[in-house]
Ligand binder design. Structure first.
Ligand SMILES: Nc1ncnc2c1ncn2[C@@H]1O[C@H](COP(=O)(O)OP(=O)(O)OP(=O)(O)O)[C@@H](O)[C@H]1O
Ligand SMILES: [Mg+2]
Length: 427
């Protein structure tokens, strides 16, 4: 630390008012990097940004040229950066590269292993953690690459972009003879830079997400949640709704008191993953399968806080905003004691059951008016379209809280039935 105040120098990648505010409360040495999306659509608070030591406005975090220019300017100013906090998938490669340029990384491929699912699985598997069998499908137009997938893997398999997100472009292929036509039909999402694919054996069972904040290798919090349905299963056109009205899209927190053994096993697996990938600090979002026989299988990890509704649920668990926790952990290594607003927490994504143009979607006030709804967020409005090509076309989130598991389940069923996003499928 070489700042004049003795307080750490921190770079924040991408715009989050709460994170910038929380960080500036703790250290004046905040550098903010905003991309074109932030400056065009997010309306960043200029007064708040004026308190930052410097703001860099770039087009794209994936531009080597722009990240190199940021690094050079910081070096010329004599900045000695202690931490880089990047909290979206879109800034992860750029933030990692910046860390390499500024000498914060002893392993130049580490940040790549947090994004490229192949390098990630290779490292995790080498450390002895169970993962799905997988093989790279670098060029799906090459017959030998495709033949290698058919020869090496047992179907069903999942084919997906090597550095995707939001389950966008992830496809299940049930039989070897279906592989070629499926690959031929892929139209890569325009946000994807690399069109390389990875192919993995399909892991059946339950899907957990584990959200943690680390300092010096120890978790400041570690929360195990389960998706109501595996994210990919939400796309299955043949899936039948649960007859008792259990929601499908969303997740809920499992309390440690209710599942101490699960917490023990997940924590053990997480620590192995951390040591394989060199994770010691910051927020993480891990996904783990539980096979029907109970075996836990690593799926993937992100070195950032989770997207979707999950940050809001964690904030309800903490009793204060997750961004405050991330800022506190970064600067002080500690967080205030969590004070959950309710012992049983979770969230639903209110997505229509078919594709079309939205004709009805609850307002934030309508969602908040329901007893047990702690937070609500609306991301689309009437007239917007939903294609149902991936499960991450966010419509509206409700965060729920209850005093018992039974009460929570009843609340979730009621909310899923009452608060609905409707579409006109013909429009
Ligand atoms: N090998 C697998 N076996 C079973 N399901 C899988 C497998 N790989 C992926 N999936 C399903 O596809 C979803 C998306 O895959 P993955 O998490 O690897 O990609 P992503 O697009 O980065 O996801 P995210 O939605 O977490 O950003 C998973 O949440 C899971 O439901
Ligand atoms: Mg995932």
């Amino acid at each position: 630390m070489s700042s004049s105040t003795g307080r750490p120098q921190v770079i924040i990648c991408k715009w989050s008012e709460q994170l910038v505010r929380s960080m500036l409360d703790l250290t004046p040495h905040v550098f903010v990097v905003l991309d074109e999306f932030d400056t065009t659509f997010m309306n960043p608070d200029q007064e708040l940004l004026a308190r930052a030591e410097r703001v860099y406005r770039i087009k794209d975090f994936d531009s080597l040229e722009e990240m190199s220019a940021v690094a050079t300017d910081l070096v010329l100013r004599g900045a000695a950066i202690d931490h880089i906090v990047s909290f979206t998938e879109f800034s992860q490669f750029g933030a990692g590269y910046l860390g390499v340029l500024l000498g914060l990384a002893d392993d130049c491929m580490r940040h790549v292993s947090f994004r490229d699912k192949r390098l990630m699985k290779e490292r995790v598997r080498r450390a002895g953690v169970p993962t799905a069998d997988w093989i790279t499908l670098a060029d799906p137009s090459r017959a030998d690459d495709v033949a290698a997938v058919r020869d090496r893997l047992t179907f069903p398999i999942v084919v997906k972009p090597v550095a995707g997100s939001g389950t966008i472009g992830a496809l299940r292929v049930d039989k070897p003879e279906e592989l070629e036509p499926v690959l031929a039909g892929i139209v890569p999402d325009p946000h994807l830079k690399s069109h390389q694919l990875t192919a993995e054996e399909f892991v059946p069972g339950r899907e957990y997400h584990v959200d943690a904040l680390w300092h010096d290798g120890r978790p400041l919090y570690l929360l195990v949640s389960t998706y109501y349905r595996p994210r990919l299963a939400l796309l299955d056109p043949e899936a039948v709704p649960d007859p008792d009205g259990t929601p499908e899209d969303g997740s809920y927190l499992i309390t440690e008191d209710d599942a101490p053994e699960l917490y023990r096993r997940v924590t053990e697996l997480h620590l192995e993953v951390n040591s394989a990938l060199g994770i010691t600090h910051g927020a993480t979002h891990l996904e783990v399968f539980e096979r029907p026989d109970g075996e836990l299988v690593f799926s993937e990890i992100a070195s950032r806080m989770a997207g979707g509704w999950i940050g809001a649920v964690i904030s309800e668990y903490l009793g204060y905003e997750i961004h405050t926790a991330i800022a506190r952990a970064t600067v002080t290594g500690r967080i205030p004691e969590p004070r959950p607003s309710k012992p049983y927490l979770g969230a639903l994504h209110l997505r229509p059951t078919q594709a079309g143009r939205i004709t009805a979607i609850p307002t934030v006030e309508e969602m908040r008016a329901v007893d047990g709804v702690l937070r609500a967020q609306r991301l689309r409005g009437v007239g917007d379209s939903v294609e149902r090509t991936n499960p991450s076309e966010w419509c509206a989130f409700v965060v729920l809280g209850a005093d018992s598991r039974e009460e929570y389940e009843a609340l979730a069923r009621r909310v899923a039935g009452e608060l609905r996003t409707e579409v006109d499928p013909g429009a």
